[in-house]
Design a protein around this ligand. Structure first.
Ligand SMILES: C[S@@+](CC[C@H](N)C(=O)[O-])C[C@H]1O[C@@H](n2cnc3c(N)ncnc32)[C@H](O)[C@@H]1O
Length: 391
């Protein structure tokens, strides 16, 4: 493909990404894969170049651009080589007119910048939200084995955490195939430590998804005790048993919940968990590094629905904790509406519960919990709080 044809392909793909963001359609990665599935003439270098251009544009603009062409015209203003590809050739885009619309660079839509500001988020920390994310792994103590890790760097505060060069094909490493390592962002590892999981405990991972944190809990519990992983999403939860087997996390069991009837399926755990971990569904504002198009998809209405779910999950979790046990609330969001405010609300409703210090070697205090940010901690953004039930 010519450089101009690559630019045209990126414009078409960005149009599809923007439409999907408006209409709740497929993720950008899926759209890119589908696009190339029907264009066999695109070689691997073309695919890589087009994909990079699409993601460069997604990272560059906080407000959704009005079109793929406006996005790339915005980038071309700062990139003469890209501008030259608007050459009007047979498969390339028409030349950019002086007065045609261009997307304006930014980190997030205006309403989300406002939400971040009221959440005490400094504007100096904004650019790091859309940087490229590093590749972090957790060494799995349940499967000790040879670690053939190229250029792994330690992560301060995480004895089992390592940072690998971006682009490392982890799944080709023997250490991954044998379950000796798990891919897990450093921030996710830190907040998992807030559970203070110990061998012999009974723990529920209420929003377990495919089990990222479940596996970390099983390792901390040295595979002793009971660990129940639940979720309402059948597809996600169904991936957990195979991951647990590979990781040797034999204490993890799964249970699918019915949305709205969660407690009915958890009667045998009511008032009986040492710890309930709620890794709640959230806006994902802390994970834009990995999923930058998420900021084009979020709306105030969707945020309000997520907050309702978080409130409900806190009430469900509360009823599962034993007297004197702990409720750990996590979101990969930087917004107080989904973090500090939810915990303040919970503590106002349940005055006999108390927030506890977390003792994490990362993050800064935020309300009654701790917040990690990409700029300060070099991890995805998270909020975590630990609440102690009355005895
Ligand atoms: C942030 S994700 C969990 C990620 C997972 N803990 C990990 O570490 O990989 C939130 C999860 O909450 C689940 N969820 C949403 N509503 C729920 C509910 N009412 N009860 C339990 N899980 C729910 C979603 O299906 C999703 O898998």
């Amino acid at each position: 493909m010519t450089p101009a044809a690559r630019t045209q392909a990126a414009i078409e793909l960005l149009d599809a990404v923007l439409a999907a963001a408006r209409e709740g359609g497929a993720a950008a990665d899926t759209l890119v894969a589908r696009y190339f599935a029907t264009r066999r003439y695109a070689g691997s270098k073309d695919r890589r170049a087009i994909r990079e251009l699409v993601y460069r544009a997604i990272r560059a603009f906080g407000e959704p651009p009005e079109s793929g062409r406006a996005a790339l015209a915005g980038l071309a203003d700062e990139d003469p080589a890209l501008a030259q590809t608007f050459d009007g050739s047979a498969r390339g885009p028409a030349a950019i007119a002086a007065d045609e619309p261009r997307a304006v660079p930014g980190v997030a839509p205006a309403w989300l910048l406002e939400q971040l500001a009221v959440s005490g988020f400094s504007r100096f920390e904004l650019p790091a939200l859309v940087d490229r994310a590093p590749l972090d792994i957790r060494i799995n103590v349940l499967r000790p084995g040879p670690l053939d890790l190229p250029e792994a760097e330690p992560i301060a505060g995480l004895p089992n955490g390592r940072r690998l060069p971006s682009g490392t094909d982890v799944e080709r490493l023997d250490a991954w195939r044998e379950g000796c390592i798990e891919v897990q962002d450093g921030g996710s590892q830190f907040v998992s430590l807030a559970a203070q999981a110990e061998p012999g405990q009974r723990i529920i991972d209420l929003c377990a998804g495919a089990g990222g944190k479940t596996l970390a809990l099983a390792a901390a519990m040295e595979n002793r005790g009971e660990l129940l992983a639940t979720d309402t999403d059948r597809a996600r939860l169904s991936r957990l048993p195979a991951r647990a087997e590979r990781a040797g996390a034999s204490i993890a069991t799964t249970r699918l919940l019915d949305p709205g009837r969660e407690l009915a399926a958890l009667d045998d755990w009511r008032g009986g968990s040492d710890t309930v971990l709620i890794d709640a569904p959230c806006s994902g504002t802390g994970t834009w590094r990995r999923n930058p198009e998420a900021r084009w998809r979020l709306t105030p209405e969707r945020l309000a629905r997520l907050v309702d779910t978080q409130e409900r999950l806190l009430e469900i979790g509360r009823q599962l904790v034993r007297p004197g046990g702990a409720l750990v609330f996590i979101v990969c969001s930087l917004l107080d509406a989904e973090g500090a405010d939810r915990i303040d609300g919970f503590l106002a409703r349940h005055r006999d519960w108390e927030a506890e210090a977390l003792g994490l070697a990362a993050g800064r205090p935020r309300g009654e919990g701790v917040r990690l940010t990409p700029a300060h901690d070099g991890t995805d953004g998270f909020f975590v709080a630990r609440l102690r039930a009355p005895c």
